[in-house]
Design a protein around this ligand. Sequence first.
Ligand code: UD1
Ligand code: CA
Length: 462
Amino acid sequence: MKKCAKLEIFSHSVVVLCAGAGTRMKSHTPKVLHTLCGRSMISLILRESLPISDDIHIVLYHQADKITDSIMREFSEHIPSHIHFHTQDHKNYPGTGGALMGVKCKYEKILVLNGDMPLVRTASLQALCARQESIVLSVFELANPQGYGRVVLDSKKGTKSSPQVQAIIEEKDANAKQKAITTLNAGVYVFEKSLLETLLPHLSNTNAQQEYYLTDIIALARDTNLLKKCKITRAIDIGAEFVNSEEFMGINSKAHLADAQEVLLARLRNEAMQKGVRFDIPQSVYIECGVEFIGECVIENGVRISGECVIEDSHIKAHSVVESSTIKRSDVGPCAHIRPKCEIIDTHIGNFVEVKAGKLNGVKAGHLSYLGDCEVGRGSNVGAGVITCNYDGKQKHKTLIGENVFIGSDCQLVAPISIESSVIIAAGTTVTQNIPSGALAISRTKQSNKLGFFARFFGGSK
Ligand code: UD1
Ligand code: CA
């Protein structure tokens, strides 16, 4: 991760709410650690938030240790300088409003995000931050508003494109008329810090879930008696920013997670195509956020590329799987499995070949092989059915193969083993000793043909 630009002038603190139990996910994994295209929800959110602020607070409670560990591993260089952890007093103050209590922000404006909105992007957050109202709410329209807070807009105040907000009513507390409202709370807010700090202690939990809802801050900011009591003499400006419903979608279940991943996948594939990648059937290809394409690549249908990968000027054929590897100027598959830590350069990998932690440079391995923990040099040919026996039941061992080595079909190379350059290994050989340069290695029992055996065995004339 790159550090925040030193000269950046920030004006907003960011608070990400991640303390909920996430019960609707029905999972042992904390909600914000569920992944889309290889990145956790909280990782995606932090990556989009870091360009906006150097004062980011993550509110935790349920499974706090797991979430902290994951963030510490990925964003270590931003901790504690830019990213801070806060524990919610969940026992006494449950709910999204309770989550904000006690968070100490550096800037006068606070951008608050639910931790379960993994698709939000920096530019949209910046648009919210650019608004001048005391409170800004992200809203969208959906034909099926199920699960979202309903936003009551004030038709008399504000303009049509920038209406004023009157209240947010949670679905569980809404009457039939309110439930029919299709303007919904997307779950990202900007607050003036002083106003938020003044109103937060006045939240109550007299609602269906007996929680302190952050969304009730809107009604409090509209309560003139309360404002007077708090010595706020001005009317509070509460604006609504209409946002893209796909980008601001909240994840409450595994079905939502699958929907959101589809959106992210389409983004990643589009970015790749803009860089010159050709997908035969784009929607059949799974790629992750850490995959980098360089040059002109062709990706056939049903391919899965995961982890941190670099794919340069290569052709990955149908139904192949590539994990955390580098592939340059090579063709792979169909139905090949490139497992982590491979470096495959100027190489042809054919069907049903599995490679793991293999460095292959200028190699042909056309069919049905397992090449694990190995290095294979330029000009070498790996025949069908060749297997590196890299595991002795206790430990993994390496196989080193030099340049211009011809390995016949169905050979077993029992590691640790070293095969020097310019060597021929006869088909069916089990290699258990190192082979010096220039040699032919052969280990087979001599063939004998028993004439007439077929007829003696099965009966008949042949
Ligand atoms: C919330 C909003 C709803 C909005 C929707 C948008 C409230 C009361 N409701 O509903 O109006 O339409 O988001 O997606 O805010 N969390 C805490 N502490 C808690 C409870 C929750 O930090 O005590 C965190 C959760 O981890 C989660 C986020 O707040 O990341 C939102 O909580 P969630 O339960 O998903 O709220 P929704 O019911 O989706
Ligand atoms: Ca939610």
